[in-house]
Design a binder for this molecule. Structure first.
Ligand code: NDP
Length: 266
């Protein structure tokens, strides 16, 4: 097998908080792959491709706010990323930049660890909501979107999802409720009014907040109502495992990669 060059990075703004370098470097050293993973604060998404090439990188992860720019920067986009139109993992393959989205399958793996899911209500209508909606639809899961304002709902309505703002919402039971809004990240606020959220969570089987390392008001409410609930750490871990699998051309067992990357969360 042709050996890849070995420098990888995460591009984003900000990136100082990112745990990705730790995850990937634990896995490189644990698995004996001669790789090094660093972080690079990229202010302009339009510079992504040039920076990738200037730094002679073998692969990158891309975080906020450049996932759409990353989609445009690639020579070829594969898998679910084509539907989502957002890329968080790029590898270099025979001189071409190939893009993937590993957030969506990473989240799915975390969600399915709860058990079977036949329906999901997604709170928020941004980039993460698009990724989750696309992967759940692919799995045949009934998917609804609930957002505080109507502007971003058009994307979902045009694709045939049930998509409502708080005013239009009619109660219905869903197996899983996911918070993809940033409510709870800075301020201690719920992602939707209590009179909508409480019945939604009471009728649900599971809850996930994609925000990680934080007991958000959403997670606290789900737990108060006795629901199995988790934060976004597992999503972060699994998106990293799938990205690493692309970086290293599928040469390692995913369980092994997961075992090494978990150390970053200890
Ligand atoms: P976007 O900015 O694309 O979308 C944010 C959405 O949240 C919008 O629909 C917005 O509504 C809504 N929103 C924002 N603030 C509030 C609030 N106070 N109350 C209710 N709704 C609100 O964000 P992303 O989709 O890119 O990211 C969302 C979250 O997901 C972030 O916290 C990010 O850290 C996390 N994330 C976690 C990952 C992981 O691996 N665990 C991976 C990727 C993201 P409106 O349309 O009305 O403005």
């Amino acid at each position: 097998m042709k050996r890849r060059n070995s420098l990888f990075a995460i591009f984003g703004d900000p990136v100082s908080h990112s745990v990705s370098p730790l995850m990937h470097n634990y896995a490189f050293s644990g698995l004996g792959f001669p790789g090094c993973y660093t972080r690079y604060r990229l202010a302009e998404g339009s510079q992504l491709r040039r920076k990738f090439l200037d730094l002679s990188l073998s692969g990158v992860n891309v975080t906020v706010p450049h996932k759409e720019a990353a989609y445009l920067a690639c020579d070829e986009v594969r898998g679910i990323a084509r539907e989502i139109e957002a890329v968080n993992t790029i590898i270099r393959e025979e001189g071409k930049l190939i893009g993937y989205n590993t957030d969506a399958p990473g989240f799915l793996k975390s969600a399915l660890a709860f058990g079977e899911i036949r329906s999901v209500a997604i709170l928020g209508a941004g980039g993460t909501a698009k990724a989750l909606a696309a992967i759940f639809r692919r799995e045949g899961v009934e998917t609804a979107i609930l957002n505080r304002s109507s502007g971003r709902l058009e994307y979902f309505v045009a694709r045939g999802y049930r998509a409502c703002d708080w005013e239009q919402w009619k109660p219905k039971a869903y197996d899983l409720v996911v918070n993809t809004t940033s409510a709870g990240l800075q301020e201690q606020t719920l992602p939707a009014p209590g009179e909508i959220l409480e019945p939604l969570l009471r009728d649900a089987r599971y809850a996930i907040d994609v925000i990680y390392n934080r007991q958000t008001p959403f997670l606290q409410l789900a737990k108060t109502l006795g629901k199995p609930a988790k934060d976004g750490s597992e999503m972060l871990l699994y998106q990293g495992v799938i990205a690493f699998d692309h970086f290293t051309a599928h040469r390692y067992d995913e369980e092994e990669i997961t075992r090494w990357m978990r150390r970053a969360f200890a």
